[in-house]
Design a protein around this ligand. Sequence first.
Ligand SMILES: Cc1cc2nc3c(=O)[nH]c(=O)nc-3n(C[C@H](O)[C@H](O)[C@H](O)COP(=O)(O)OP(=O)(O)OC[C@H]3O[C@@H](n4cnc5c(N)ncnc54)[C@H](O)[C@@H]3O)c2cc1C
Length: 443
Amino acid sequence: MFVNVDSVHDSADFPEQVDVVVIGGGIVGTTTAYELACRGVSVALLEKGLIGCEQSSRNWGWVRQQNRDMFELPLAMHSLNRWEALSKEIGRDVGFRRSGIVYTTDNPESLAKWEAWGEKARAHGFVSHVLTAEQAHERAPGTTSRWLGGIFSPTDGHAEPAMACPAIAHGARERGAHVHQNCAVRGLEIAGGRVTGVWTERGLIRTSSVVCAGGAWSSRFCRRHGVELPAANIMGTTVQTTSGDQVTPGCLTTPKIALRRRLDGGYTLAMPGLGRVEISPQGLRYATKFYGAYRSKLAKKLQVRIGRSFFRGPEAAGSWQFDQISPFEQQRILDPMPDMAQACAALAGLHAEYPSLRGVHIARAWGGMIDTTPDMVPIISPVEAVPGLVIASGFSGHGFGIGPAAGQLTADIVTGATPVVDPTPYRLDRFARGSRIRQPEMM
Ligand SMILES: Cc1cc2nc3c(=O)[nH]c(=O)nc-3n(C[C@H](O)[C@H](O)[C@H](O)COP(=O)(O)OP(=O)(O)OC[C@H]3O[C@@H](n4cnc5c(N)ncnc54)[C@H](O)[C@@H]3O)c2cc1C
């Protein structure tokens, strides 16, 4: 375990019955439980490992609207407002700072694309500024690179992944949610064709509503109940550096590196777009649905290899009984090994780009699985074949930023409230057999 995540206390009593069970204590599950608890709904948040210890603490911490898929932009914009409010509401710092995001480039095509994207985004009320070369260097001074220009989104921000989920789970518990860690949900109890409960490793909880927010594990969980959730897990490597001079107050992507200034004075650093996919039964099952995504530019920097995922973990095959230890308990925390060659290359890129940071070293490096859908837009949707089940998963590398709004939308779906944004683009049935799958648009 290479990420230090704030700890969370469990609730004292384990419930026998609740209105809603939320599976998974990442940003999506914790914010869903929080929103439900705020509405007076009785809710249990069940996490197989520890709150926030998978993707939601392993990400870069960017909270961005810039360059999002237009289908996702309304959710991203709403999420920024939720992030802004959360620390105050909960009385604990989630680490959110609205310090803007800068992208720089030496490629005229990228500049043209960003400009075109900005035009479309303006229709949604989102404003970013295309930067000249001089303005780009002013926004991120001290670089050795000669950029052609960039883009700056002043209303974007960042938050601290290691603080956010624990703080939100704490807020949910204070508002009456039952929070239990080391408590895997093994499966659904279904009677009369609809959800009537969940089987956990501590026994049955009766409920009529279940939210599956299991991140990289959701697809395997759903498949056990005959629900197809096309997803592929991509492993990314991230570095935490020791502290150093401030070259950006927020988030910056250059052609070589992506970095975020951390509250502790170091940087969260990575090489943009790089990732690794392992061949697995789940990957083979959904290969045709991902054909377009893998052919697209987005996948050009992916390495493909055979590894343990074929036999073990979220993408493996095999069923289980609900009175037996399930795959979820066998791996309490998904902790893939980082690619240290990539981590070192990211540090070298930082040193080359910013000579003032040559004294900065790697404090930690970690791997994280990114659960991705074929069009790289999340699934936030009821499951028609299993009334009572709602999926909130497949956040495709953007879920930390849009998590708070996703939690709110999920709570709206569960309670039948007017949805905070139009949920149509997030429906599961867009991947049904025979449907044409849209190409990923996110940059
Ligand atoms: C390297 C990397 C960089 C990223 N950078 C960014 C970024 O800068 N900005 C951004 O917006 N997003 C980023 N992301 C994506 C973001 O982290 C995810 O989209 C988001 O955290 C997903 O949240 P989640 O709650 O859906 O899943 P997770 O955080 O993975 O949480 C799911 C939880 O469910 C639990 N669980 C699963 N199955 C069960 C079960 N059966 N019973 C009980 N518990 C279960 C798991 O243990 C896990 O804790 C990045 C991701 C990675 C890996």
